[in-house]
Design a protein around this ligand. Structure first.
Ligand code: FES
Ligand SMILES: [Fe+2]
Length: 401
């Protein structure tokens, strides 16, 4: 899967240059489709959310019904709108193994989407065999139902998953929220440099994360060419802005408290770029829209913005705790103890509140407030432009199609 490579990509657009005079507003977000890239697997519902009753879920603009075959327990998905007179199949039932029946007039579909009976019109109904309902390939993996949204033949699920999910040695802590923002702005929240500003007042930054005045960000491509890595090549913890003063403005008592506790989480893993510059990885972002942030040494945020419609996104967040594969028996035991501590104490009492609700909540608030339209991009946005340009590499995607 994706390795973080050191290939530096030259920004294609002028925004990486120093501003000369007045800038022109541009608009390049629409390189990326407002309803997402279709020919990929996406996380849909969590396994425990689909039991014996069918469940409706909207994804990438499609209304889908998820249900389990009573005979096998396997999960299936098909278009939710009944082709007869448009009732929602999610209100229906599986009266017979391997089928789903519409609640209104009893149109009954098998798992391939064939209309196999019309219960309201008898076994000889002429419509039988003449109507096909769209079905979506579904796989169940790591607590989620994954659905293939494409019109091409489905690729193996593992091809579209972040490495942290393919690696069965990781422990996942899952949190799903619905945000009132388009998936593109949610995905572009992984920009490599907003965190020291937006999250300045957050609990983690107050207690143990470095304060940063500014960052200079460049970007590299992932080895497979399907992702963008944001790389911090320069930064200052504190600086003086002409006519304004020092930034960030941190009260002395906060600085004293952080020094007292001494806990600090600084910059990400170092990499060397092909031009010899070194930097540290802040975040990366990968087609069709999953991203990763290294939070602490042991933990990675993996996030996936799944489009619901043009204005709403399902924000799937996995706090991933990594396994230490080379650990001996003693370290493995210590690791298991730390994981249990995280699972039963830190995650439910602090982490979920401090990160998933409050810290990520700051992102949610600002993203839900955003307008869409022309932008004045700054030099640090070159990685965002590179992400938008990746649309050219998206599987089965043609702009305007
Ligand atoms: S609307 Fe579904 S059977 Fe009539
Ligand atoms: Fe953020």
């Amino acid at each position: 899967m994706t390795d973080l490579s050191t290939q530096l990509e030259k920004p294609e657009e002028s925004s990486n240059e120093a501003p000369q005079g007045r800038q022109k507003a541009t608009s390049s977000m629409d390189r990326v489709p407002a309803l997402g890239y279709r020919n990929y697997w996406y996380p849909a519902l969590q396994s425990h959310e689909v039991k014996s009753k069918p469940v409706h879920l909207k994804m990438l603009g499609d209304d889908i019904v998820f249900f389990r075959d009573a005979a096998t327990g396997a999960a299936h998905a098909m278009a939710d709108r009944c082709p007869h007179r448009n009732a929602s199949l999610s209100l229906g039932k599986s009266h017979y193994p391997g089928t789903l029946t519409c609640p209104y007039h009893g149109w009954t579909f098998n798992l391939k989407g064939d209309l196999v009976a019309v219960l309201s019109e008898g076994p000889k109904c002429a419509m039988v065999g003449k109507v096909q309902q769209r079905v979506y390939p579904v796989e169940e993996f790591r607590g989620f139902l994954w659905v293939w949204m494409g019109d091409m033949a489905a690729v193996p699920l593992s091809e579209d998953l972040p490495p942290e999910l393919n690696d069965l040695g990781t422990s996942l802590f899952t949190d799903v929220q619905v945000w009132k923002a388009n998936w593109r702005v949610v995905t572009e929240n992984t920009d490599g440099y907003h965190a020291p500003i937006l999250h300045l007042e957050s609990m983690p930054r107050t207690l143990y994360m470095d304060w940063v005045s500014w960052r200079k960000i460049t970007h590299a491509k992932t080895d497979d060419g399907l992702g963008v890595i944001h790389v911090e090549i320069d930064s200052a913890d504190t600086d003086e802005f002409p006519g304004l003063g020092v930034w960030p403005k941190i009260p002395n008592w906060k600085r004293a408290a952080k020094n007292f506790f001494g806990a600090k989480v600084g910059h990400g893993r170092r990499i060397t770029l092909p031009d010899g510059r070194t930097g540290s990885i802040t975040e990366d972002i990968h087609l069709p829209g999953w991203r990763r942030v290294q939070v602490r040494v042991m933990t990675t945020f993996v996030e996936w913005a799944v489009p619901i419609d043009e204005h709403t996104t399902r924000h799937v967040l996995w706090d991933v705790v990594h396994a230490d594969k080379n650990a001996g028996p003693v370290r493995r035991m210590m690791k298991a103890a730390r994981l249990a501590l995280f699972r039963y104490l830190i995650y439910p009492t602090y982490w979920r509140w401090a990160y998933n609700k409050k810290y990520v909540g700051q992102d949610k608030d600002v993203l839900e407030s955003m307008y869409q339209g022309p932008e004045y991009l700054q030099a640090n946005d070159a990685g965002i432009l590179a992400w938008r340009k990746l649309s050219e590499r998206a599987r089965g995607y043609k702009r305007g199609s």
